[in-house]
Design a binder for this molecule. Sequence first.
Ligand code: SF4
Length: 115
Amino acid sequence: MNNARNKGTSLSKLTRRRFFKTAGAVTALGATGLSSPEAWADELPRVSEDSDMARALSYKHDAKMVDAAKRASDRYCYNCALFAGAEDEAWAGCSIFPGEAVAARGWCNAWSPKQ
Ligand code: SF4
């Protein structure tokens, strides 16, 4: 019985967590005034490699410019879970850099595998 109650509690926490995660993403998207990833690529300014955030995350438009010790050679923005565009788009939004576009062939150290 305790197991059933614990499962219910865990599920509730998971559901709440997902809700807030999704709500945050929707709010961030709404704040940009853009409605689709395709719109991001065309309308967003590109991330500046010299910005504080880009430097903190070692972001580069060309992933091959990143020190090989920091980045696995098969990791690019286009195959990162946070890249909002299709694999064939040159630029797209990224939730790490709200309101800006990152290069598909770029990379930063927040890279996460697509599920
Ligand atoms: S989080 Fe992913 S998509 Fe965004 S800049 Fe970093 S590697 Fe590129």
